[in-house]
Design a binder for this molecule. Sequence first.
Ligand SMILES: Nc1ncnc2c1ncn2[C@@H]1O[C@H](COP(=O)(O)OP(=O)(O)OP(=O)(O)O)[C@@H](O)[C@H]1O
Ligand SMILES: [Mg+2]
Length: 498
Amino acid sequence: MAEALLQAEHINKAFSGVAALQDVQFDLKPGEVHALLGENGAGKSTLMKIISGVYTRDSGNLTVNGSKITHDLTPVSAQHLGIGIIHQELNLCPHLTVAENIFLNREFSYTAGVLNKKKQNEEAKRYLKQLNLDIDPATPTNKLPVSKQQMVEICKTLSMNASIVIMDEPTSALTEKEIEDLFSVIALLKEKGKGIVYISHRLEELSRIVDRVTILRDGKYVRTLHFAETNLPEIISLMVGRTLTEKFPRIEVSRGEKVLEVRGISSSHGVGVKDVSFDLYKGEILAFAGLMGAGRTETVRAISGADKMNAGEVILGGKPVKVKSPRDAIAQGLFCAPEDRKRDGLCVRMTLAENITLPSLDVISRFGVIMNQMERDKSAEMVKSLRIKTPGITQYVRNLSGGNQQKVVVGKWLMRNAQVVIFDEPTRGIDVASKIEIYNIINDLKKSGIGVMFVSSELPEVLGMSDRIIVMCNGRITKELVTKDTDQEEILHYATQY
Ligand SMILES: Nc1ncnc2c1ncn2[C@@H]1O[C@H](COP(=O)(O)OP(=O)(O)OP(=O)(O)O)[C@@H](O)[C@H]1O
Ligand SMILES: [Mg+2]
């Protein structure tokens, strides 16, 4: 058997006394894709950050390419050892161009030390092409949608020619087509004998690429299995430590009167929104399906005041409303939990309690003063009902695991009295068990007569949780479907009606 590219044994790591990893092991062989699985906060990213030199381990052995690592790794020394990591949270410098990001710290220069922009852009183009990406390398990355930013991040790691490639939830923000392109690149890397560590909560995709899986639970090693010798139900029960019942807890609620009427709205942000009209009823769940770049996010952003509307009308609870900002929307009882949690959804430098209560300051304040006890109680309640894994409510949000940050984004809006709640990709990066908690919360909103809309790129979720589906393509609505009368194939058909 080939020598392991990487071997980690007895790894321990604690953050301010709270254990994140306890006696964890992991190994990676050349030419294999090894999935690292576990619930939100299980320690997956922490382990990979240790291996890539972002965090230092408290104790444990690391062997890379047969040599024992006796010193502490840094991101740079790990890179020299051939370890590349695509981080879960986007790590690009937003104002730099695509090429500048890809070659950050490895700039192409003329002999005199002057940056050779032309050469750098050409090289960047070459890597972008490998991933079938038609982006101008001179574009500032903040002008790109999340999925393209993620692809740039992947390009950046590929360009380092690492022998160990760690992918921490690479597909959570990608379109179907981009996922296909990424999987072809993974196949290519495998052929070249590289080892790939693959972290994902999209368990359905594992069968397409994975050779082995290692499961962590609560910071502890559970088991390593050959994928061919196991199955998803077994993997899931090892991850959550119990058997899960139904994946989609659908409830039937008879729909009430119309709560939202959207008439002919358009906007020119992003891919644009063209003449979009639909209705939403009380106690109804309306899903927005489509491929990435279909205009779903732009539609909900226009309705919720995040982007300017060029034309059209929004009628909420029978009254035409002018929504010029998210603040207006909130005042009218329309809430939106956005897609890009780092940019729009969270203040990562504030605590969990501050984030959760931020949209509800009026509720928890008296005479302009925040009532601390109420802030604490409300946040603690939310932590419990959403099973947010944190040492306490005063933890900074940036220290929470990716999936737990996403729960805070959702939790923020659940404290309000709402007429309409909109979720944009609410379960992105959330583990199987916690997805069900979020579905239950969506159901609670539905039961209490709120109109719920959600955007999702996961068709099983769209079909499993909604009552009606709006399919979009290219900024327009191409079809409205009743969930119980449709299937994946029909949705995809309308999602590609350019
Ligand atoms: N810098 C930090 N400071 C304090 N605690 C941290 C820090 N980084 C991680 N943690 C904690 O360590 C635990 C493991 O987090 P980690 O990010 O590794 O989880 P994960 O398995 O990647 O989860 P997810 O699927 O949500 O991404 C969590 O409880 C998290 O809050
Ligand atoms: Mg993580």
